[in-house]
Design a protein around this ligand. Structure first.
Ligand code: SF4
Length: 461
């Protein structure tokens, strides 16, 4: 029965606008083991009574905080529609929040390299009590039955607008940044997926219309040799297909010689978790880079012809008003307004249960209670003006978006509000000259380790 079509339902909760990869990977492992799972993407459809009742087991994929919030709600609906159905969760945020999930929401939680453990569970095996950290034999992700690529994120670059495919060349990460959800699961390890497997998935997505590929590895340059092989293989077979990837500042510096090679193979932009320009904040987050490195990364990527798209954690307990003004002025002075979605300037540090930050004494004075409904700890800045600024810039973002204001205008409003709050004197926004800079970007943003609230997602440009 459990092997029949639809008896296992794999539910993707949110993958930042991409066609789901995590459920497609799980589906491939299950099909190889003789199962016929159905896949549902909650970003594109709803859980219907017929689908819920056909399922014996419903497995929610929650790689991100927003996905977990969506998944928890959907699990409640599933239980109403089909009392007694077995509910499982997998993904980084499932692991961080496992106590909460296992207290009445889920029957089990898996994390790490978990697909073979999922197969084992569905054939009556025990659920591992730790994240699975061993090399798997990866099949090609199974994407049949998912909504077509034209329902998903596109690459926007000047006049070019093409569907963007999404693959991973590796999972996990070698690094241990304190605020990131990956180290508590992967503990400084990463696992490469064979080039041929990734290329076969790219091939399928290009055949389905993708003109651009996002390498969704937590950090593409954890394995620079593997990254080079992937980029070369992609370019050899599809010379017109472009790509983007994510890499930390430290890696952009360390692997600087590789950047022009990646550009020649079709790399258009790199997302990099700059997070902050404050060395104090960077040290608390154990990011592995300092302020000066950000300027160097900017120089190196410009020299290579690679657009740098920084992601930020604009508000942390250690961010001062001066730091914030400095960050906004950096964005303006470096001509990065179109490189950074303005919503990045509103992002507040997320502290989920299981966060590495909780092990640091330095976070304790600011930490409030765990708010299970929000799936994270409340924290308060020691300077109430900073929390007030966070609320103000969030409102300015929402207002600017509802007016359809240009990013230059929104960022200038944010800058003047920050200076006003810092100096205690009203400062009016300076006049701005709207410009459209053809910086390559995806039609939906990527947030490395901090996320906006779901209600903020509608404000993404
Ligand atoms: S923030 Fe990036 S580099 Fe740091 S642990 Fe997470 S994925 Fe790795």
């Amino acid at each position: 029965m459990i092997r029949e079509a639809g008896a296992v339902l794999l539910v993707s909760c949110y993958e930042l606008g991409h066609q789901p990869l995590a459920t497609a990977q799980a589906a491939a492992f299950l099909r190889r083991a003789g199962f016929h799972p159905a896949q549902l993407d909650l970003a594109q459809g709803i859980l219907t009574p017929a689908v819920a009742r056909r399922a014996e087991v419903i497995v929610f994929s929650v790689p991100m905080h927003t996905a977990l919030r969506v998944g928890v709600e959907a699990a409640e609906v599933a239980k109403e529609l089909h009392p007694g159905v077995e509910i499982g969760f997998f993904g980084h945020y499932a692991w961080l929040n496992r106590e909460y999930l296992l207290d009445g929401i889920a029957d089990w939680v898996l994390a790490g390299e978990s697909e073979e453990a999922l197969v084992a569970r569905l054939t009556g095996g025990a659920v591992p009590q730790e994240p699975v950290l061993r090399r798997l034999d990866f099949p090609v992700p199974f994407r049949e039955g998912l909504p077509s690529l034209d329902h998903y994120v596109t690459l926007e670059h000047g006049d070019r607008s093409v569907p963007a495919g999404y693959v991973q060349g590796s999972r996990g990460c070698l690094h241990l940044c304190r605020h990131c959800p990956i180290p508590p699961v992967y503990d400084g390890r990463f696992f490469a997926i064979p080039v041929e497997t990734v290329l076969a998935d790219i091939r399928a997505q290009v055949a389905a219309g993708a003109g651009h590929i996002t390498f969704g590895d937590p950090d593409f340059l954890n394995g620079p040799g593997h990254a080079r092989k992937l980029a070369q293989a992609l370019h050899r077979e599809f010379p017109d297909v472009t790509f983007d990837f994510t890499a930390k500042v430290e890696h952009l510096l360390k692997h600087r010689a590789l950047l022009p090679e990646l550009v020649n193979a079709g790399a258009l932009f790199v997302v990099s978790a700059v997070e902050s320009l404050s060395d104090t904040v960077l040290e608390h987050l154990e990011k592995g880079h300092v302020r000066a490195d950000v300027f160097e990364a900017l120089r190196l990527t410009r020299e290579a012809g690679l657009t740098l798209r920084p992601s930020l954690v604009a508000f942390t307990p250690w961010t001062t008003l001066d730091d914030y003004v400095d960050l906004v002025e950096f964005v303006v002075a470096q001509g990065l307004i179109w490189h950074i979605d303005p919503i990045q300037l509103t992002i507040r540090l997320l502290i989920p249960p299981g966060s590495g930050l909780l092990e640091r004494q330095a976070i304790r004075p600011f930490l409030g209670p765990l708010e299970p409904g929000r799936l994270g700890y409340r924290w308060t800045h020691p300077d109430p003006r900073v929390d007030a600024l966070c609320a103000t810039v969030t409102k300015l973002m929402e207002q600017g978006n509802s007016e359809g204001a240009e990013p230059e205008v929104i960022v200038e409003r944010i800058r003047s509000a920050a200076v006003t709050i810092r100096d205690g004197n009203p400062v009016s926004p300076r006049p701005t000259t709207p410009s459209v800079v053809p910086v390559p970007r995806l039609s939906e943003s990527w947030f490395c380790c901090a996320e906006p609230a779901p209600e903020q997602l509608v404000t993404l440009r």
